[in-house]
Design a protein around this ligand. Structure first.
Ligand SMILES: Nc1ncnc2c1ncn2[C@@H]1O[C@H](COP(=O)(O)OP(=O)(O)OP(=O)(O)O)[C@@H](O)[C@H]1O
Ligand SMILES: [Mg+2]
Length: 224
C-alpha cells in the first residue's frame, strides 16, 4: 500500500512538473526566441547598409531561430497537450499517430469503434498518456513495423488497446519488478489505470509482438 501511495504521488507530481515545464518553455523560451527573431528582422530591415553576405547570414540565423521555435512548440505541446481539452481524445490520438507516421519508423494506425463521446478530462489525459508511453515503447524496444491504437467506446466502458507486431519481451512476475531497474513506463501505465479504477492487461509473445489493454468505466456513458 505504501508503494502504491508513493507511485500515485509520483505520477501526480510528474504531471504537475510537466505542466510547469511546458508553461516555462512557453512563457520564457518561446517568448525570448520570438523577440530574438524580431531583433534579427530589425537588423536586416534597418537603415544601415548591409552587405549581401551579412544579409544572407542574417537570413540563415532567422531560419534557424524559426526551426528552434517550431521544435520548442512541438515539445511543449507533447508535455501538455492542451489540444486534448479542446478537441478531445480521439483527435489528440490522431495527431499522435500522425506524428509517428511522419517519423517513418513504425507504421501506426488509429481505429475508433463504438459510439464516440467525450470522457472526463482526467480520463482523456490519462488514456492519451498511456497511448503515448505504449507507442514510445514500440518505437524504443519492439523493432515492429506496425503499431495500432484502438479505442473502443462500449456502453459504460472505454477500452484502449496498443499493439505492435514486434519482437515482444518476457514479462516479469509483476510490473513493479521493472521499477527496481529504473524502468517506469509500464508502471506509470499501471498507475494511471489504477487511479482511474480501471483494468490493465499487458501481453507479449516472443517474436509476435506486444499488446497493452486498458479498460476504464465511463460514468458519463452510463448516464447517457
Ligand atoms: N512494445 C514493446 N516491445 C518490446 N519490448 C517492450 C515493449 N514495451 C516494453 N518492453 C520491454 O519492457 C521493458 C519495460 O518497459 P518500460 O516502459 O516500463 O521501461 P523502459 O521503456 O525501458 O523505460 P522508461 O519507460 O522508463 O523510459 C522495456 O525495457 C522493454 O524491455
Ligand atoms: Mg518505456
Amino acid at each position: 500500500a505504501n508503494m502504491e501511495f508513493y507511485l500515485s504521488q509520483v505520477t501526480r507530481a510528474q504531471e504537475e512538473e510537466r505542466k510547469r515545464v511546458a508553461r516555462e518553455i512557453h512563457d520564457e523560451s518561446i517568448q525570448s526566441l520570438a523577440t530574438l527573431a524580431l531583433g534579427i528582422d530589425a537588423i536586416a530591415r534597418g537603415k544601415e547598409k548591409l552587405s549581401e553576405d551579412v544579409l544572407r547570414r542574417l537570413k540563415g540565423l532567422r531560419a534557424e531561430t524559426d526551426s528552434i521555435l517550431d521544435g520548442l512548440r512541438c515539445f511543449s505541446h507533447k508535455l501538455r497537450p492542451g489540444v486534448i481539452d479542446q478537441v478531445g481524445l480521439v483527435a489528440a490520438l490522431e495527431i499522435l499517430t500522425e506524428e509517428l507516421n511522419k517519423e517513418n519508423s513504425v507504421k501506426t494506425s488509429l481505429e475508433v469503434a463504438g459510439s464516440e463521446r467525450r470522457l472526463t478530462p482526467e480520463t482523456e489525459l490519462a488514456l492519451f498518456r498511456i497511448a503515448q508511453e505504449a507507442l514510445h515503447n514500440v518505437k524504443k524496444h519492439s523493432r515492429a513495423t506496425e503499431a495500432k491504437i484502438r479505442l473502443k467506446f462500449i456502453r459504460s466502458k472505454v477500452k484502449l488497446t496498443a499493439s505492435d507486431n514486434g519482437r515482444g519481451f518476457e514479462l516479469p512476475d509483476t510490473l513493479s519488478d521493472f521499477a527496481t531497474e529504473g524502468k517506469l513506463g509500464l508502471i506509470g501505465i499501471q498507475e494511471r489505470t489504477r487511479l482511474l479504477g480501471g483494468k490493465l492487461l499487458v501481453r507479449s509473445w516472443a517474436g509476435r509482438g506486444t499488446t497493452v489493454v486498458v479498460e476504464v468505466a465511463d460514468i458519463q456513458g452510463m448516464k447517457g
